[in-house]
Design a protein around this ligand. Sequence first.
Ligand code: G1P
Ligand code: ZN
Length: 543
Amino acid sequence: MDIKAVKTTPYADQIMGTSGLRKKTAVMRQPHYLENFVQSVFDSLDGFEGKTLVVGGDGRYFNKEALQIILKMAAANQFGKIIVGQNGVLSTPAASHLIRKYQAFGGLILSASHNPGGADGDFGIKFNIHTGAPAPQILTAAISDRAAEIDRYWTIEAPDVDLSVVGTYMLGASEVVVIDSVSDYVAYMQEIFDFSTLKKLFQSGFSMTFDAMNAVTGPYAKRLFEELLGAPTGTVVNAIPLPDFGGLHPEPNLTYAKHLVDRMMQPSAPDFAAASDGDGDRFMILGPSFFLNPSDALAIFADYLDTVPFYHGKVYGVARSMPTSVAVDAVARRRSLPLYETPTGWKFFGNLLDAKKIALCGEESFGAGSFHIREKDGLWAVLLFLSIMAETGKSVSQLAHELWHRDGRVFCSTHSYEGLDANDAADLMHALVDRLPELPGQTIAGLTIDQAFEFSYDDPVSCETTAHQGICLYLADKSRVVFRLSGTGSSGATLRVYYNRLVQDTMRFEADVQETLADLITFADTVAEISSRTGRTAPTVRT
Ligand code: G1P
Ligand code: ZN
């Protein structure tokens, strides 16, 4: 085998964000850029020689080329076996599952999640550890440190591996196993959920649309819903993964999946609609004329998880990321479940899941998951919701109303200001942090601030502290406004402002979300000087 060391020089910007390294595709395609990062990952790990690596991606532009580079580098670095999805495709949840199932050392997942793809879009890569979880903070920091000083990487001279055919190939001394991207994941879903009950739901005439947004979930959803559960052909739309997602922004929310939302507002709407994102870890659920807020979905999941036999006696506790609405907190209190509040990003849930402190976790950004894998899982969330509907006979809207009537309705919304000048955004946050000590007791735009602090997380398992995870302002009426900067963008900055207000008065349950939060929105603009500092009078995306 012809292993060679290639000399290289570091790039200064290989710093991992909320979920791995995300960059403009053109940045990732610079000479040695991907290679530097991949070697930095390998150099930060110990003892993987002869072990298994899982690799795959969401099929976006540059996925195939990147995979060939990675395969050769993994072989040169002496992984024993490399498991790769057919055509290089694996959804993020499927990759997490494969790492666990085949007891791999870890996995490299190529995805920029919900960010647009294509030559002018984004590309991303992240490393997941042997549990299937995204690399913890300590490892991502080590990888970025290594990337800042890397001077060589290892690869082999070999022809590309044919990833279009399932089978086992040799690459140098390593075995490359090309597997069907869908089968293992689908088999696992059949273990978790009762497919015969779900099948009956569809036999009873229940209608559904699943929008794969031209991204990775298409083949998984076709197999699950149309082939196994008997939903009619055409239930899954935008089902063929395309390198540029057909020009769609594969982020299932009220803005980027507006076509689906509009369809559900028509009299001809199906009983249920769902969508997923670029790499299949997010979900959006809608009923006829009804949008289910992901934070409410998490609360409903917490309420009903134990109705699924797979989870009987295992609902240890629940976790939500700090900016996620407090709807799930009330369920946890009612059910005497421990509740954990973590920083944004899935990597913080891994330890809690491993230690069996929680069974379920989720984020307001359309993410939910359980101990079945160590990533959020869009199709799992859809199957769980369908199982709850089959069990209770209730519609999406009925389940949400049931929750609100029990615990009150938490009106919540996330406002994202995308594409800001990075300095403006940083200055805005710094100015707010500087004022935190003086804010409690002040009345601004008619609202009195009760508490003002930066969120810091003490991991109860690893005892690591992660500070500066967002600015929280609690108001006298217990409403909450949170400010943080996104860690997944590829250029500029995105400011996220999260709003929460608990309403107990049932007469106000049907009120418009943005109107109910209007005074909080004005308050946020005033206290953080959003419009004057950024020149923006409205957010880019409201969810
Ligand atoms: C966003 C979401 C966050 C999620 C992450 C990865 O991160 O807000 O909840 O975990 O994408 O899907 P952000 O861009 O806010 O750092
Ligand atoms: Zn994603």
